[in-house]
Ligand binder design. Structure first.
Ligand SMILES: Nc1ncnc2c1ncn2[C@@H]1O[C@H](COP(=O)(O)OP(=O)(O)OP(=O)(O)O)[C@@H](O)[C@H]1O
Length: 583
């Protein structure tokens, strides 16, 4: 909690002003019963109108000061809490951006969204409340008790006895509430997760007519969220009636004892009224305190979840190069060498790649084939260091990638992931995403090479066409080519295409591969198509994480039974027979 609250530092002046104004309000509140006692004892009982008017005017003036202090306090409290929320959200977002893949995998996406939004709001609310009333309630309890004891010790003793019991009770409730509110936030994560999946898969849900199933799934999660929230709030709400009951019994005792004292002329009426007044105001403060404790419980649970993200330990990355080393390293050809690389995903035990060695020579195209789950995408993810190999080395242009500055390494790579990810905005903006300062000519150049320029020009708004969420208004093949254009505009030395041409027809794919060939960057392409492998300079064949064959298409066709089987399944026996005869 303290760590999260340290983000209040830049606003400490405003926070201090808010606290000072809160103290002014408190001071006015504490004086009121005293003034009332004076008016009753000296004014009402003695029928002295001047006392009533003078002290009545003082009471009104103080009330106005309290009122003004309250309003200005709200302004400052809002400034501090909103500023705090803004900064923490920024910090969390930046931290998530800096996560490596392994750390990112530890948090669910929906949970990260809840933490950055709802959890921050909970702490933000607590800060606002803190500066408005959180301090005032306990301070009034203390101040009110001291003042009541000063007015009449024997009457206020009842309050002094009951107060510690109530405060202890409230602390117990705070402790219990913490666990329950943590569960509420976890249920919120889950509901957000279901919602997110549902909205993202809307087309699939409609085409599979799974709407009813999804509504049921959402309402189950929603019900759990409601039940857990109700259970947490019920616990906290139980506190108010208990507090009020005990306080009202105390007030009755004070009234009864006060009556006895008045009859025995040991006390004046005004003093009894003042102690009763302090008692009822303290009851109000205790009610506020139990509400504060609800906010505090919730905020503490949220602050812990925020800290988990801020403190998330990044998986140790083997030494990255310093800036100077990176400057010395000149990645010019994008040649890739894998030397006995093995890899296992963090928090799993089954190796995904086992002792993979190959060379993707500078300026050549290497096709990677293998059954689904054989480790092709995992292999690609090791190159920009999204994950680290368990053993072995990966070299680019002869340099171990661990000795390169991460950004430097990634800047020379054009990575097109399996799933085309587009952002809301125009086509132009999406291509520019690959290189912010690219000129209009460069945009057209990239689009032409990615074989998407003609398609774009046929659209009414051409490059200014606004894409729907995740590019819904484009076909699968168009999306793929747009993501390729985004990678090409960087003029990468090494282009990694993870099954990014799967939705293209053979003619378009051939034109794309030819264009890429002309760019003379090193290209690695994951593909399921033998036709693509045929046009590559080198083919890698993976099976269950092992590189079982490599060479030119013709070599694999004659030497690898698996490659032959893939080829047969795509083009019939003839191709195999043809090569065997030629051999
Ligand atoms: N983030 C992850 N955490 C743990 N295991 C993973 C993760 N991603 C993939 N795997 C596992 O690693 C193995 C290789 O997956 P990978 O995605 O590299 O295969 P692939 O050959 O690219 O498959 P496809 O052609 O279907 O994309 C699979 O068994 C998969 O279950």
């Amino acid at each position: 909690m303290l760590k999260v609250l340290s983000y209040i530092k830049p606003y400490r002046r405003s926070a201090l002003v808010a606290l000072f104004l809160m103290l002014a309000e408190l001071f006015v509140e504490l004086l009121h019963p005293l003034l009332m006692a004076k008016i009753i004892n000296d004014g009402v009982m003695n029928r002295d109108h001047s006392v009533i008017f003078v002290w009545g005017a003082v009471m009104v003036l103080l009330a106005l000061i309290g009122f003004a202090s309250g309003i200005v306090n709200s302004f400052f409290a809002a400034h501090v809490s909103q500023g705090f929320g803004f900064d923490v959200r920024q910090k969390l977002f930046g931290t998530v951006q800096s996560f490596n893949y392994a750390t990112y995998g530890r948090f669910q996406t929906s949970s990260l969204i809840t933490r950055i939004t709802n959890d921050v709001t909970q702490v933000q609310n607590m800060i606002f409340m803190g500066l408005r009333i959180m301090m005032r309630a306990p301070l009034f309890l203390l101040g009110g008790l001291v003042m009541a004891l000063w007015v009449d010790f024997s009457l206020a003793l009842i309050l002094a006895l009951i107060m510690p019991v109530l405060v202890l009770f409230l602390f117990q409730m705070l402790k219990k509430g913490l666990g329950r509110f943590r569960t509420v936030q976890e249920r919120l994560d889950h509901t957000n997760g279901v919602l997110r999946e549902n909205l993202m898969g809307m087309r699939l849900i409609k085409s599979f007519v799974r709407g009813a199933h999804e509504i049921h799934r959402f309402s189950k999660s929603n019900e759990q969220l409601r039940d857990k929230t109700v259970s947490a709030l019920r616990l906290m709400e139980l506190t108010i009636p208990v507090v009020m009951l005990l306080m009202n019994v105390s007030v009755l005792f004070i009234v009864w004892l006060g009556h006895e004292h008045i009859m025995a002329s040991r006390i004046e009426v005004g003093d009894v009224v003042a102690v009763v007044n302090y008692a009822t105001r303290m009851a109000g403060s205790l009610t506020a305190l139990s509400m504060i404790f609800t906010t505090l419980s919730r905020a503490r649970a949220s602050a812990e979840r925020i800290s988990e993200v801020l403190d998330a330990e990044q998986q140790p990355m083997p030494a990255s190069g310093t800036g100077t080393e990176a400057e010395n390293t000149n990645i010019s050809t994008g040649e890739v060498v894998f030397e006995r690389v093995s890899f296992t995903y963090p928090e799993t035990t089954v190796p995904v790649l086992q002792s993979v060695s190959f060379q993707a020579k500078a300026g050549t195209m290497v096709a990677v084939l293998g059954a689904t789950g054989s480790g092709k995408s995992s292999m690609f993810q090791l190159i920009p260091r999204l994950y680290e190999p368990a053993s072995g080395r990966i070299l680019i242009d002869g340099c171990d990638i661990r000795s390169l500055e991460e950004e430097e390494l990634r800047r020379c790579i054009g990575y097109v992931p399996q799933q085309a990810v587009l952002f809301s905005g125009t086509i132009r903006e999406n291509i520019l995403w690959g290189k912010e300062d690219a000129s209009p000519e460069e945009i057209v150049w990239a689009a032409k090479n990615a074989q998407i320029h003609d398609t774009i020009m046929k659209l009414p708004q051409q490059y200014e066409t606004v894409l729907g969420q995740k590019g819904v208004n484009l076909s699968g093949g168009q999306k793929q080519r747009l993501t390729i254009a985004r990678a090409l505009i960087r003029k990468p030395k090494l282009l990694l295409l993870d099954d990014s041409t799967s939705a293209l027809d053979l003619k378009t794919e051939a034109a794309l591969l030819q264009a890429i060939h002309r760019l003379s960057c090193t290209t690695m392409i994951i593909t399921q198509k033998i036709s693509t492998a045929r046009s590559a300079d080198h083919v890698l064949l993976l099976e269950e994480g092992r590189l079982i064959a490599q060479g030119r298409h013709e070599q694999l066709l004659s030497a690898s039974p698996l490659y032959q089987a893939i080829s047969r399944s795509q083009s019939g026996e003839e191709a195999v027979t043809h090569v065997r005869t030629a051999d």
